[in-house]
Write a protein that binds this ligand. Structure first.
Ligand code: SAH
Length: 254
């Protein structure tokens, strides 16, 4: 990795929580950086380092945060932009590129890299088996950045196409009704009683995994620390004395 005076931006994913799930590549970027920008709770997970200046900011200021990172890199600083999970999944990488597209021409010449991380749905899937073992899709249930009608359409079409699904940002205090509507749509469109998995604080000491038949789910089962997975019509549960295993077979009969 470059150690020259040239500034850079590395948009890093610090995984779902467990230190052991931060990649060595991301650890190296954090060790080389002069400045870090990110949402306050994610920045709390960046180890204190006297050579690293932290610029924590509130949620919903992603473009401002991106512009700040690009400005600092233009001044020769080595800047990490911190996301939880993977930075390309409902996170900062797209925000930085949006800022580049609409920002100063010189930003296009900057050294900008995206370092992947383990996204919540994959850590959740691993924690309960392999529910995403066949075709699946990921949907952000927050309607902060898109209209609810579009979310509803995507839920219906994903159900029709028989995808397994992963839902991010399922239910926040400011919009508790969204997940209730999503569950209603899914219960109406999925005729069977496939498993829904509520994976909360995945990979952290207080991780919980609840597997509930779709028709028995209630909105209060999810919050913003939960990623929700829904099996396809093919998804199976292996019951055993310990925790059950949920998996979706590799093949579908023609
Ligand atoms: N870039 C992140 C997602 C950011 S959106 C990633 O790739 O994981 C924030 C949402 O991610 C949360 O509302 C929740 O749905 C999910 N999430 C992130 N970390 C999680 C964890 N440790 N356990 C469960 N869900 C998590």
């Amino acid at each position: 990795m470059s150690t020259s005076e040239q500034g850079w931006v590395q948009i890093v994913g610090i995984g779902p929580g467990d230190e052991a799930l931060v990649t060595p590549q991301v650890q190296a970027a954090l060790a080389e950086a002069t400045d870090a920008v990110g949402y306050i709770p994610y920045m709390e997970r960046v180890a204190a380092n006297p050579n690293l200046t932290l610029h924590s900011s509130d949620n919903r200021v992603e473009i401002d945060r991106s512009r700040h990172a690009l400005e600092m890199a233009s001044e020769g600083k080595r800047v990490v932009v911190v996301s939880s999970g993977d930075p390309g999944v409902f996170a900062m990488a797209a925000a930085v590129f949006e800022a580049v597209e609409h920002g100063e021409a010189a930003w296009r010449d900057l050294d900008i890299r995206v370092l992947p991380g383990i996204t919540a749905m994959l850590a959740a899937s691993a924690a309960c088996g392999a529910p995403l073992g066949h075709d699946f899709c990921a949907i952000n249930l927050s309607d902060n950045l898109k209209p609810w009608e579009l979310i509803d359409k995507r839920l219906r079409l994903a159900a029709e196409a028989d995808f397994a699904m992963a839902f991010y940002n399922p239910r926040s205090k400011s919009r508790p009704e969204g997940f209730e509507k999503a569950l209603k749509t899914l219960k109406d469109t999925c005729s069977d009683n496939r498993p829904m998995i509520f994976a909360r604080n995945v990979s952290r000491p207080d991780q919980t995994i609840k597997i509930v038949p779709l028709q028995d789910t209630t909105p209060d089962m999810a919050d913003m620390r939960t990623v929700v997975l829904l099996g396809s019509s093919q998804t199976r549960i292996i019951t055993r004395d310990g925790a059950p295993i949920v998996y979706t077979p590799r093949s579908v009969a023609g």
